[in-house]
Design a protein around this ligand. Structure first.
Ligand SMILES: [Zn+2]
Length: 437
């Protein structure tokens, strides 16, 4: 206990001469500029953002190492050197963003505009926003000349939104010995009063993510004239089987991570996010069928296909899950194929120095907050690092409304400017606590 109190004092003492509001304003301007580079994947060309980040780091005298995994695909890192033997802490973010349909936005998705107290644009949250918070915690450690007992590495990668093959996975496969982190800080959880629980400010730090299984289901039949229905119509067979599959939710045993959330918070709030972290889920994402373009309404096609995005709670065996899917479909002639399956879930323990340091930094700045480990329903680069033995935590240390959280990947993505300062300070103080010597 005393140990923690002393560290807290040390963290605030070293931070005394930092002008935090100036740092936050600088970060806000950097984020606006960062959003203005269109790094939509595909094609996910991140050369310009890599140059941008490299320019900021080199202007501060920090050298940058770049690796090109394919044309346009740059991954870069910078390092603050520490003196001890402990393995590094890796601050990880991705530079690519998902597509934005400008016609659906009220602002230019690549304008980096400030409006109504927010910075708007694709990537504002996912993940240029968090990357910018990492960057300014990292730069502040450097500017304050904080002596470190281990290296802190800031890494920006390509292609996270398409699985990370040419980004984080490329770095893990080819340059892991240069990184070899004890800890990874990545995207994942966030702080909110109206996502996780009712009337409580909850900061959830993700320690695991659900396993992804993408299925393709194909019905084959006999083409014919729409005027004469037949039992060989693949559309009928597919639709009936999907009805049987999706009719009832999949039973899933609760994961220990979510159990411990419920112990701390009581019943979770009811919404699609908390449903997704508590249950194995299936989303019917595409249906394809028909002959001709435009499709002919009077032709029964010979093939109908569907895809289903399945996300398994930890502890669910993917093979058994697939068996259950086939039983529910109830039609052995359907072709069921796994289009993609992520590695099994690895859960990072939360009884670590970095978790506790994040928790105490969050509570210093949000005294009414409850900090819990959580599971996230979507995939990130963290899972690949967890399989290498790194302890990975996902957190945007901002207090966000459910509406803002839902803006991720949507046509109103934005972050509240007022949260930037505290979020940088939370990262900075946690890093000083764990890596300051
Ligand atoms: Zn992301």
């Amino acid at each position: 206990m005393r140990y923690l109190v002393m560290l807290a004092v040390a963290a605030s003492a070293t931070a005394e001469d930092v002008d935090w509001s100036q740092t936050a304003e600088e970060a806000a301007r950097t984020l606006q500029e960062y959003i203005r580079f269109d790094t939509t994947v595909p094609p996910g060309d991140v050369r310009a953002t890599a140059d941008f980040l490299e320019g900021i780091l080199e202007a501060e005298g920090i050298s940058v190492t770049r690796y090109v995994s394919a044309p346009g695909k740059v991954n870069l890192y910078a390092r603050l050197e520490g003196s001890g033997d402990a393995k590094p802490i890796l601050l990880l973010h991705h530079m690519d963003v998902v597509p934005a349909d400008a016609s659906r936005w009220d602002v230019d998705p690549f304008g980096g505009e400030r409006k109504d107290g927010h910075i708007w644009g694709r990537g504002a949250m996912d993940m240029k926003g968090t990357g910018t918070l990492h960057l300014y915690a990292f730069l502040t450690l450097h500017r304050q000349k904080i002596p470190l007992n281990r290296d802190i590495v800031l890494m920006a990668v390509a292609d996270e939104e398409v699985g990370g093959e040419l980004g984080a996975r490329f770095m893990i496969e080819n340059h892991y010995d240069e990184l070899d982190p004890e800890y990874v800080l990545d995207e994942g959880g966030f702080g909110s009063r109206d996502v996780y629980a009712n009337d409580k400010l909850v900061f959830a730090i993700s320690v695991a993510e659900k396993q992804i299984v993408w299925l393709k289901i194909r019905a084959e039949g006999v083409a014919g004239h729409g005027s004469q229905p037949s039992d060989q119509n693949p559309n009928d067979r597919l639709v009936r089987a999907l009805g049987r599959l999706l009719d009832e939710p999949f039973p899933s045993s609760p994961s220990p991570v979510v159990e411990s959330m419920r112990e701390t918070l009581g019943a979770l709030r009811e919404n699609k996010f908390t449903n997704a972290i508590q249950n194995t889920t299936l989303s019917l994402t595409t249906l394809q069928s028909g002959v001709g373009d435009p499709v002919k309404i009077n032709v029964i096609p010979s093939v109908a296909e569907a895809t289903i995005d399945c996300r398994l709670v930890p502890g669910t065996d993917a093979t058994e899950f697939l068996q259950e899917v086939k039983i529910r479909l109830g039609d052995p002639e359907l072709l069921v194929e796994i289009a993609y399956q992520s590695e099994e879930t690895v859960v990072t323990a939360s009884d670590t120095d970095l978790y506790r340091a994040l928790e105490s930094a969050i509570i210093r700045h949000h005294p009414d907050a409850v900090v819990v480990p959580t599971l996230i329903p979507y995939g990130t680069d963290s899972n690949a690092f967890r399989h290498k033995g790194a302890k990975s935590y996902g957190i945007i240390p901002m207090e966000l409304s459910a509406e803002i959280v839902a803006s991720m990947h949507s046509d109103a993505e934005r972050v509240p400017i007022a949260e930037i300062e505290t979020a940088i300070r939370i990262f900075y103080e946690a890093l000083v606590e764990v890596a300051g010597s």
